[in-house]
Design a binder for this molecule. Structure first.
Ligand SMILES: [Mg+2]
Length: 230
């Protein structure tokens, strides 16, 4: 079934429980998306600006642990100026590239062995264009996800912890509270809304995740490292 947040809701009583997933570092490794994006920006810079080797320099910075201003610093590493306009075009190339990413093996296995009584949805923050391309690249609608919500389609103010997407999922499936579970990686924003609504919450802490939050604002009910434990 081809789905999106505009898809038709299921008949009431179709599902006993609803599993809702975050996307980045929950269903796949976000580092794969970053590496795919840096590679695309490197190719763009070679074609549009005649700069060769920028992709490798950016990747080197990322591998060394840099997480902010990789574009600026990598241009400077190469003795080039980081004009705001150049950075803007690099960002566009990054967000609009067609990502080479794949589901984590345990996600693949989990979705393949899903049961028909469970409804599946995704709630993800991030720039609309980029998140839609990720969902497409991962083929989520062909793997049993019934509903995908990119919160950015309602504007930045509706990103998590805003409850709008969670309330939408409840209405769409006709279920509430403990019938739903949210599985996500970031305790600084992911669990506020589902906990307020009385959902079950599970934090997935993949060892290879990009962001390791130092402060836990709203913890989940339980923590796992792989969907095999779900
Ligand atoms: Mg995430």
């Amino acid at each position: 079934m081809r789905s999106s947040s505009d898809a038709r809701p299921p008949r009431s009583g179709s599902f006993n429980r609803i599993l809702v997933f975050d996307l980045d570092d929950t269903l796949y490794l976000e580092r794969d998306y970053v590496l795919s994006g840096l590679n695309a920006v490197g190719q763009w810079a070679a074609g549009a600006l005649g700069i060769n080797g920028l992709g490798e320099v950016m990747r080197g910075r990322f591998d060394a642990g840099c997480r902010t201003r990789i574009f600026d610093h990598s241009l400077k590493d190469m003795g080039l100026e980081a004009h705001p306009e150049t950075i803007g075009r690099m960002l566009a190339a990054y967000r609009q590239h067609r990502p080479t990413i794949r589901l984590a093996p345990d996600t693949e296995q989990f979705l393949a062995s899903r049961d028909d009584a469970t409804g599946f949805a995704v709630i993800t923050d991030g720039f609309l264009d980029a998140q839609r391309r990720k969902i497409r690249a991962l083929g989520l609608y062909g793997r049993g996800i019934h509903l995908g919500i990119c919160t950015d389609k309602w504007g930045r103010e509706c990103w998590k912890p805003n409850p709008r997407a969670f309330e939408h999922v409840e209405q769409w499936f006709g279920r509430s509270g403990r019938d739903l579970t949210y599985v996500a990686d970031n305790p600084s924003k992911d669990f506020n809304a589902p906990r307020l609504l009385g959902w079950n919450t599970v934090q997935i802490a993949r060892p290879e995740r990009i962001h390791v939050s130092v402060t836990t604002h709203v913890p989940a009910d339980r923590i796992i490292e792989s969907l095999e434990e779900l």
